[in-house]
Design a binder for this molecule. Structure first.
Ligand SMILES: Nc1nc2c(c(=O)[nH]1)N[C@H]1C(S)=C(S)[C@@H](COP(=O)(O)OP(=O)(O)OC[C@H]3O[C@@H](n4cnc5c(N)ncnc54)[C@H](O)[C@@H]3O)O[C@H]1N2
Ligand code: MOO
Length: 411
């Protein structure tokens, strides 16, 4: 993280527009992760630290896409039989040259013999000893997969910052690459704040609830390949918060806390953040998630998520995820949004951008339609479980009527 964190609106009375907050956050962050070599079998989800150039072509040779016979296409213009002179198997190429009037038995994936320029599949032939009779007239290039048609030598296959997916591991393997340089994973501390919280598996006393945010956030971090330092449940005490924030600052690249960032009498998180570090901004024009706080504890970036389970989930998704991607060295992802017609009315007050939870589908005419999951309360975690998209409603928009168009962002 850069040393200079702007403090655009400490104690700002107004809510900062979400785009502005994201831009401020991303501009203040950069990747400082060391590079490390990693074997392909452990590289799923890792982020490349170097460009990958193809040192060879894929496929490396012109080869057959069918079991059949390799030949010179022009030879079958005036006759329909050719003399068999050998065979080319995948891994055991034919070493001679195909001359006028000759053919070579060939298997799928085998190298095209020198001189041949087409392959006829065996179902369109009849063998009679060394004479092969052809039932179809081939065209030049038929059933030949060209050298480099998938990947050309020297091509940049992946740029630094690319997050490796399963298919990418196959592409790297096809180039013979067994090890790549990736960025070391981020280490992120995670804590839940609140005296009312207890860990699942324990009995509840009066007024207590189970801590669900940590389970969700831990899993989301794990999916991003991040090392999680779980600081557990931190009670609403300044001293406990000081200890937790100090430990995170000493050991981690970032701290994600949930709860305690609003204006209640036990909401101390911001106060301790300001004491040990710096508040970058607090309070965004977003629903849910208004009291989101961003700051730093020296070199440790602080993300203060609101305690309400939906607010914590949504702010992680929309605000923290892109920030962590920058810190982890990942190339910028554009969020995929589509336009859809809402078939229900959506309650919306101007002033905050809404990320309502919706269900979208394609109707018989191929048009995207969407409806709300229902109760949009920021404690209703099932609204996310049932949803397959966010309905993104602009900050100044008011109530939305059935038939109006809205933006959706699929999960
Ligand atoms: N007077 C005002 N009150 C509130 C405002 C406001 O502007 N003025 N904002 C509301 C909004 S919006 C939100 S969001 C919440 C956020 O408050 P905190 O971040 O301080 O969160 P808590 O008060 O600690 O908790 C809120 C809610 O969520 C439950 N919770 C907290 N942590 C967890 C957890 N780990 N797992 C499950 N549930 C959790 C907690 O019990 C509360 O019910 O403030 C509003 N108030
Ligand atoms: O933003 Mo709070 O998250 O609206 O409930």
């Amino acid at each position: 993280m850069s040393e200079n964190h702007s403090s655009p609106c400490d104690n700002a009375p107004t809510m900062m527009p979400v785009e502005q907050a994201i831009n401020l956050m991303l501009a203040s962050l950069r990747c400082e992760q060391a590079k490390m070599p990693i074997q392909l079998d452990a590289a799923l989800g890792a982020i490349l630290a170097d460009d990958i150039l193809a040192a060879l072509a894929i496929p490396p040779h012109d080869n057959s896409s069918m079991d059949g016979y390799a030949l010179r296409a022009e030879d079958l213009q005036d006759k329909d039989s050719l003399q068999l002179i050998g065979s080319s198997f995948a891994g055991a190429p034919f070493t001679g040259q195909v001359q006028k009037g000759q053919t070579v038995r060939i298997m799928t994936g085998a190298v095209i013999p020198t001189g041949a320029d087409a392959v006829v599949m065996q179902e369109q032939t009849k063998a009679n000893g060394e004479q092969i009779h052809f039932l179809s007239q081939p065209v030049k290039g038929q059933n030949i997969r060209r050298q480099g048609e998938d990947i050309a030598t020297g091509q940049i296959l992946f740029s630094a910052g690319h997050r490796l997916r399963a298919v990418d591991l196959g592409l790297l393997a096809s180039l013979g690459i067994a090890e790549v340089n990736v960025y070391q994973p981020l280490k992120v501390a995670l804590m839940s704040s609140g005296d009312e919280l207890v860990a699942p598996g324990t009995a509840l006393a009066d007024g207590q609830i189970y801590d669900s945010n940590r389970a969700v956030l831990r899993a989301q971090l794990q999916q991003l390949g991040i090392d999680v330092l779980d600081l557990g449940i931190v009670p609403d005490s300044k001293q406990a918060l000081r200890l937790a924030l100090s430990q995170a600052a000493a050991e981690c690249d970032a701290l994600i806390s949930s709860g305690g960032v609003s204006v209640g009498e036990a909401d101390f998180t911001k106060e301790i953040l300001a004491e040990l570090g710096e508040i970058g901004f607090w309070k965004l024009a977003i629903k849910p998630g208004k009291p989101f706080a961003f700051g730093n504890l020296g070199g440790c970036v602080f993300f203060g998520l609101p305690g309400n389970p939906v607010s914590a989930y949504v702010t992680f998704d929309y605000l923290v995820r892109p920030a962590l991607a920058v810190m982890a060295g990942q190339e910028r992802q554009n969020s995929r949004q589509f336009s859809a017609e809402t078939i229900v009315s959506l309650k919306k007050r101007p002033g905050r951008m809404d990320l309502q939870r919706g269900i979208y589908w394609q109707n018989e005419d191929g048009q995207l339609q969407v409806k709300s999951t229902g109760n949009q309360g920021s404690g209703v975690l099932t609204s996310i479980g049932q949803a397959n998209c966010y309905i993104v409603l602009e900050q100044e928009r008011g109530n939305v009527e059935p038939g109006e168009r809205v933006h959706i962002q699929p999960f």
